[in-house]
Design a protein around this ligand. Sequence first.
Ligand SMILES: NC(=O)c1ccc[n+]([C@@H]2O[C@H](COP(=O)([O-])OP(=O)(O)OC[C@H]3O[C@@H](n4cnc5c(N)ncnc54)[C@H](O)[C@@H]3O)[C@@H](O)[C@H]2O)c1
Length: 257
Amino acid sequence: MTGRLAGKIALITGVGGGMGVAAAHRFAAEGARVVGCDLDAERAALTEKAVRAAGGEITVMGGVDLGDPEAARAWVDAAVATYDGIDVLYNNASTQRFGSIEELGVEGWDFTMRNELDLVFYTVRAAWPHLKAYGGGSIVNVGSIAGMRGVEFMPQNAHSAAKGGVIALTLQLVVEGGPHGIRANVVSPGMTETPNTAPLLADPPERMRRVVLDRIPLGRHGQAADVVSAALFLASDESSWISGANLVVDGGASVLG
Ligand SMILES: NC(=O)c1ccc[n+]([C@@H]2O[C@H](COP(=O)([O-])OP(=O)(O)OC[C@H]3O[C@@H](n4cnc5c(N)ncnc54)[C@H](O)[C@@H]3O)[C@@H](O)[C@H]2O)c1
């Protein structure tokens, strides 16, 4: 088997969504045996079918709500059993509510924490004993530049707090995981085109163009492949002495004040 993930068993969450689809394809193309999941059973099945059609090795479970700790544990246990092991846990799935401090409300805040931060804790907690038992592995969590700075073009207090939490949690996983050979890193995307964001990016509001899109030093918004390439590096043995990195994938935007 060849490829940058040859022989690795990679668990990827949210493979029904924009970056998750790209990740499932790329990881499988690089030789990984992928076990994916998504809340959306239909889109999960489509990804499984497409990756297999391209010659990749993948098993996907649909209808998995990772915001439920028992469901997260059941998926991780089933995933580990599928190929008898685990090398990579790529926490890509998330969903959130946007709203200003005055508008969001407790329900929106709780929903966002559940589906952006809690689910990462649940999958990591479930995977941890397996990672230890198999001699370590790589955890790749998806943060966001929203977790590192204020964002002007839309209110995202809960999203930012949750992603900031993902970044901080990862730092602690580095410390606890090191002695077991477990690495943990973050990929933090900037504005990236996916099926969800494509309509917005095709016809962006003036303010978004001015404060976001016109201020990307590399002159374009991101593609899912840009983010997945960074995650691939952190998942692979090429990064075997890297733990605790927060790899920002934003065309250089976050260096601007
Ligand atoms: N698109 C961007 O511009 C951007 C920017 C910064 C960070 N991100 C982050 O990148 C990651 C992928 O983003 P995307 O744009 O591909 O998102 P997306 O919405 O297209 O896909 C996310 C997938 O996660 C699944 N999901 C959500 N909650 C779940 C749950 N509780 N259990 C199981 N599955 C669940 C959804 O069903 C969906 O298929 C996310 O963590 C997101 O926050 C995206």
